[in-house]
Design a protein around this ligand. Sequence first.
Ligand code: ZN
Length: 279
Amino acid sequence: MKNLTLPDVNNIDLWKRIVSNKHLDPRRRLLAIEDRIQNRYQTYLANNDNLSTIKPSTDTAIIGNKNDLISCYGDNVNFVPVKKQLLSLSYKCPYCCINRPNTLDHYFDKSEYPEFSVFVPNLVPCCSACNGTKSTYVFDEDGERIFLHYYYDHIPEYQFVFIRFNIESDGIPVFSVYLDFMEATDITGVIERHFSKLSLLSKYEDCVKDRLPVFLSQIDSYKNMMPANAIKEILTVQYKSFLENNGANYWETCIYEGLLNSPNFLDQYLTQEKVCAVS
Ligand SMILES: [Zn+2]
């Protein structure tokens, strides 16, 4: 879970090219409000470090042309390559880090913010599951943002997703997944709401349940070939590779970190008889 780099796109130029492909009447209506769209783009960029202040426009010219503005998003020949570029920004959905991104989320939904329908800083590549759950939500009932904005929020690089393993008295490995921050800040509040709304902790539990048997089976095969320290070195190399490529809060990075740092887990697992079940 880490920031995306915003692609370098001339957004006004993109909007003009999309509008130029419209039929005569909508094109005329849209060109008449071009300066208002530019102003809204400026507002978005000027407040990218304080996204909660960006509220729906009260400009009747924008509200009155809502359908035309929304229709700019879609299969317009000038938008298709930009969509392709955005979908290639990450091979994992940034919202969940589980699935592949196959759709674009409008961070500020186009139903309430139609002027941002094709504004690239408002378009986040994500999976359809996250897009469906996020739906039109931006703020909770207290006016707090619910979801991370992957271009502008400063997501901490330190580890805040933890997986800790333990071995029960019957020898079966168990684990827990949780968030733990170095200090509570505005962004950690957004992260907590993001995780809660997308049920990420329980989704990561399912990921661990799916993957852990494979990891443990690898460790089992190493057990007969090398000493414990050598096994830990292999796991450390794999951990560092995931850390470098996917960040400290990617769930697979956290599995390796958890295997290595859960108190006594690895030593106990390496010395006990093989037990297959994971719970
Ligand atoms: Zn997702």
